[in-house]
Design a protein around this ligand. Structure first.
Ligand SMILES: Nc1ncnc2c1ncn2[C@@H]1O[C@H](COP(=O)(O)OP(=O)(O)OP(=O)(O)O)[C@@H](O)[C@H]1O
Ligand SMILES: [Mg+2]
Length: 246
């Protein structure tokens, strides 16, 4: 479904992403991990069209999207949530999602369905009903991440890119989020997620790519990656154990 071929991006003197090859198959949940500053967010921003690659190609659903604008990529069925939460601060949670439903141009965009769809999505991502009419600026960062997810889902994507969606959650909230991501995937949505919590990666992903200084260090199943001596050295620090991470 997604194929990055030798993708590179430089910011001034910083080589943020270097010759990265990455493939995500239709229907799977793939993980992208690596130390801070290793290029994970930049790669997601290249895929979603926020940045254009200096070199290389990005294919989505068989089509070259490397030079397309973010809205055009989103319209083709590729949506992203950002690491730094973005919202329309003076609009309510419901209006934030409604905007996305209405502009998606998809089947729920008809006015009579749109409000119902926006409410359904907010409920699905776990926003309490009494918060539907709160201004986005009055929501906490966890709630804003959920609203952002609802907005991404409102575009009816074939594939979702999630950049640290779970950061800051308690272990219980983490488990709820894992259930939610599985549910989204069961609806047929392919997922590529950036996540630091290895327990989440282990529980969700069928394949993982590790970036280091913008380059692909290793890829494989979560088990393979977690046992790779280089990954342990530059990222994990020591061999991963589910119990210790709690
Ligand atoms: N817009 C930008 N302008 C200049 N440099 C940038 C920009 N975006 C990213 N960088 C640099 O590119 C490198 C990769 O950053 P990126 O945000 O992709 O890392 P990351 O793996 O997502 O890190 P983190 O785990 O902290 O979120 C860093 O050195 C960063 O400072
Ligand atoms: Mg990042």
């Amino acid at each position: 479904m997604l194929e990055c071929v030798e993708v590179s991006k430089t910011f001034g003197g910083v080589q943020a992403v270097k010759n990265v090859n990455l493939t995500v198959k239709q229907g799977e949940i793939a993980g992208l991990v690596g130390p801070n500053g290793s290029g994970k967010s930049t790669l997601l921003n290249l895929i979603s069209g926020v940045y254009k690659p200096d070199r290389g190609k990005i294919l989505f659903d068989g089509e070259d999207i490397s030079k397309k604008a973010p809205y055009a990529i989103c319209a083709r069925g590729l949506a992203k949530t950002s690491q730094t939460v973005q919202s329309f601060p003076d609009m309510t949670a419901l209006e934030n999602v409604l905007t996305s439903v209405l502009f998606s141009g998809k089947k729920h965009a008809a006015k009579k369905n749109s409000l119902m769809r926006a409410k359904e999505l907010l409920e699905f991502v776990g926003i309490q009903k009494e918060k539907f009419t709160s201004s986005a600026k009055d929501l906490n960062v966890i709630e804003l991440r959920r609203v952002q997810l609802a907005r991404a889902l409102a575009t009816e994507p074939k594939m979702l890119l999630l950049d640290e969606l779970l950061t800051g959650l308690t272990p219980k909230e983490n488990d709820e989020a894992i259930t939610l991501i599985k549910l989204i995937n069961k609806q047929g949505i392919t997922i590529l997620m950036v996540e630091h919590i290895m327990k989440v990666i282990m529980g969700l992903c069928s394949q993982v790519t590790v970036l280091h200084h913008g380059e692909k260090l290793c890829e494989g199943t979560p088990g393979t990656v977690c046992n790779d001596p280089e990954v342990i050295k530059v990222y994990l620090g020591k061999k991963f154990s589910v119990d210790e991470e709690e």
